[in-house]
Design a protein around this ligand. Structure first.
Ligand code: MRU
Length: 379
């Protein structure tokens, strides 16, 4: 562990690069993103001057994770408005850039509704653009606040479920500062636990094929000085059977009205393992991720990603992994087809609790989801 500590100190010393920010240089407003395809090798920013560039950034996962996609969507509408593009058309493009995370469409709608309200009330183009920008900023702030509340509720829940000890937490994908206006969802809870000295170990699933765990969660864990270890996704079973996991904490891209949870592919097998081994399986997500209009898990559209993400070795791509076909090292016979869903769906019965900024829902039932959502939808 000594080596890991030294490396953690080195990465902590480098300043935080904002994950997403709005800037107004003389040439016109831009949305600046930390390019997540290049982490951890390089901290490179991507400057989006128009909506097609932002749509491309969403598709390539340069900007990713449900809450951040919502924030980016709202800023995208503001960008289109401020740059004089067709706002309705831009909103349509942005909302469909990826299908599974409900936050994306919601963020776009919030920006668009603010723009329409202002324009419909007689505001000029610049004023309506300012209204969309104000809405994006509000969503950004709200997400940071929600993140802080989820961290509190999640840490208290773990304390209740596993009294008096330190925890070995297994997580999947990346759910930290890189996906949020604040500290994230599941990883925000882990950070809170770490701050109180209760984190014995964070088990980081590498998260095939685009390695959000290995590249991004490990990067965040190192910067936070957490004790963490990386495992291949298929090593999780032996970790559970060795009794090394006290809780699983994951995020969500969409939670249906029946409590089904869509999250990064590989989450469902963890839920099955957790149930078999009597380990709590906890989902942490803001209320904006709960979609009462999606009735059940089968109705959630799961994004299918290109085959090259599986047939090529992402680790061999280096910086920019996942961005373009043919950039990696082919590990299969030429022409191999691939099954590459980006997400899977975990039924409510396997979820111990859903933690939101409003508190903890457990057990997860359709009624509970309904109460959680009551009055919470905007736009
Ligand atoms: O394909 P990605 O990297 O956007 O997938 C992200 C996830 O699956 C996260 O777990 C989810 O968005 C929750 S993040 C708070």
């Amino acid at each position: 562990m000594a080596d890991q500590e030294a490396v953690s100190q080195a990465v902590q010393a480098s300043p935080e690069v904002p994950v997403l920010r709005w800037e107004e240089p003389p040439e016109g407003p831009v949305l600046v993103l930390l390019d997540q395809t290049r982490l951890p090798a390089e901290e490179v920013e991507l400057v989006c001057t128009d909506v097609p560039a932002l749509v491309e950034a969403v598709g390539s996962l340069a900007v990713r994770g449900a809450p951040l996609l919502g924030i980016a969507g709202a800023y995208g509408v503001a960008l289109a408005a401020a740059r004089g593009y067709d706002v309705e058309e831009a909103a349509e493009l942005l909302a469909h850039a990826r299908p599974t995370a409900v936050n994306l469409g919601l963020g776009v709608r919030r920006g668009l509704e603010a723009y329409r309200r202002a324009a419909g009330g007689g505001a000029g183009r610049a004023e309506a653009a300012a209204a969309a920008l104000a809405e994006a900023r509000a969503l950004h702030r709200e997400d940071a606040e929600a993140s802080a509340r989820m961290a509190e509720h999640g840490a208290s829940l773990l304390h209740e479920l596993l009294p008096g000890g330190t925890y070995r937490i297994l997580t999947h994908c990346n759910t930290g500062r890189l996906v949020s206006g604040g500290e994230g969802t599941a990883l925000a809870v882990v950070r809170a636990v770490h701050r109180t000295g209760r984190l014995r170990r964070l088990w980081v699933d590498e998260t095939r094929p685009l390695l959000q765990g290995a590249r991004l969660t490990a990067w965040e864990a190192a910067r936070a000085g957490m004790p963490y270890s990386l495992l291949t996704d298929n090593a999780a079973g032996s970790l559970f059977s060795a009794g090394e996991v006290d809780a699983v904490l994951i995020g969500a891209d969409r939670i249906a009205a029946d409590g089904s949870v869509a999250n990064k592919v590989g989450s469902y097998p963890l839920a099955v393992l957790a149930r078999y081994h009597h380990v709590p399986f906890v989902v942490v997500a803001p209320v904006t991720t709960v979609d009462p209009e999606t009735p059940d898990g089968a109705s959630i559209e799961v994004e299918q990603r290109p085959a090259h993400e599986v047939t090529e070795c992402a680790a061999a791509h280096g910086p920019g992994a996942g961005r373009e076909a043919g950039g990696g090292h082919l590990v299969t016979p030429l022409g191999t087809q691939a099954y590459n869903p980006a997400f899977d769906v975990t039924p409510a019965e396997l979820v111990t609790a859903i933690v939101t900024e409003r508190g903890v829902l457990s057990p997860v039932t359709p009624d509970g989801i309904g109460q959680l959502c009551a009055g919470s939808r905007r736009a």
